[in-house]
Design a protein around this ligand. Structure first.
Ligand code: ADP
Ligand code: MG
Length: 346
């Protein structure tokens, strides 16, 4: 089912708005990541879609139909929360069966469905355990089974793995992608972790201070950020400020073309480390610097280079370049791409 939010506004009694004019369209079958720093309004937006919170203004449409008057249980939505919101006094079986019993399903049907779900979340044999007898990852798999039991068409996940160790969290998010694809549902996955969002989402909704900054594919938000905020928040970035002059903008010893901007225009320059090339300095006029710090990132290196005027730049280098990667080595840098943002009112 598709999900649409139109001009959603949310103010919690007299404070500054938690959501400001949020409009977005999610297509049937998509896995969307809501990405933003803590307090940016992700949970509030998700709860409004689920019907657990009422917006101050605006509309929510599911499958093209306004659902603002519908209670959560009639919206066909399954919800997994950040904290393990399992019922502590109930077994795994009863937790998963909960929604089915609310729907007054027969005993046989409940039994069969819970069994099916336990297999689906790889927890067959765990039905008699209590939540305190589960690891964090297992508890969240039970929470997912419980959310899926009534066969929702939409699955909402609010930082479901935030409290789980990195390695297991990575496995679980791959698994969520798999679950999503297998069930053919529409899902929203909330996270403050950009790596997590880029890795599993079809498209990412980037939020900041209650506003939508961008809705796009992982490639779009990374390679063509719509705002300075997105450029800085999604992926690593070098960030400088300068003033346009003669169709260029200079910062420290570097300069890049800025033909679209008049002289005197204040600009933010954002350069991805992957757009900074390192080589041996050979020619007069090279922009040169000294390798200040190298960190190993698995299949590449992140190299911090100190340039003239104490300007620093982060570059990614391959293993083939390891002859350049000693602290103090003199290198030439070349910027092969950048994004410019006009300095505006914040
Ligand atoms: P996120 O999930 O991105 O961290 P939230 O949606 O939880 O952000 O919060 C957005 C803003 O709304 C924050 O400033 C938060 O303090 C505020 N907020 C959220 N829930 C409530 C509430 N029940 N009462 C008052 N303020 C709230
Ligand atoms: Mg939240």
């Amino acid at each position: 089912m598709s999900i649409e939010v139109r001009n959603i506004q949310k103010t919690f009694h007299g404070t500054t708005p938690a959501l400001h004019n949020v409009t977005a369209s999610i297509r049937e079958g998509e896995l969307i990541g809501f990405l933003g720093p803590s307090g940016s309004g992700k949970t509030t937006l998700l709860r409004i879609i689920a019907g657990l919170e009422t917006q101050s203004a605006g509309q929510v449409l599911i499958d093209g139909r306004v659902v603002d008057e519908l209670p959560p249980q009639q919206r066909g939505v399954g919800f997994v929360f950040q904290s393990y919101a399992l019922f502590k006094h109930m077994t795994v079986f009863d937790n998963i069966a909960y929604g089915l019993r609310v729907q007054k399903k027969g005993k046989q049907e409940v039994r069969a469905r819970v069994k099916e779900l336990l297999n689906f979340v790889h927890l067959a044999g765990f039905e008699h355990r209590y939540p305190h007898q589960l690891s964090g990852g297992q508890a969240q798999r039970v929470a997912l089974a419980r959310a899926l039991a009534p066969r929702p068409k939409i699955l909402l996940l609010d930082e479901p793995f935030a409290a789980i160790d990195t390695k297991i969290r990575k496995e679980l998010r791959q698994w969520i992608r798999h679950v999503h694809d297998e069930l053919g549902i529409t899902s929203i996955f909330v996270t403050h972790d950009q790596e997590e969002a880029l890795e599993i989402a079809d498209r990412v909704l980037v939020m900041n201070q209650g506003k939508v900054e961008q809705l796009g594919t992982p490639e779009e938000v990374y390679e063509s950020p719509a705002s300075l905020f997105v450029a800085n928040f999604v992926g690593e970035a070098n960030h400088y400020a300068g003033t346009a002059k003669g169709g260029r903008v200079a910062f420290g010893p570097m300069q890049v073309p800025a033909p679209a901007y008049p002289d005197g225009c204040r600009l933010h320059v954002v350069i991805r480390p992957s757009d900074v090339k390192l080589r041996e300095s050979t020619a007069e006029g090279d922009v040169v610097g000294e390798v200040a710090h190298v960190s190993y990132r698995g299949n590449f290196y992140a190299v911090e280079v100190t340039l003239r005027d104490d300007t620093r730049i982060l570059a990614y280098a391959s293993k083939a370049q390891d002859h350049l990667l000693n602290t103090g080595t003199r290198v030439a840098i070349e910027v092969t791409g950048c994004r410019l943002f006009e300095e505006g009112p914040v």
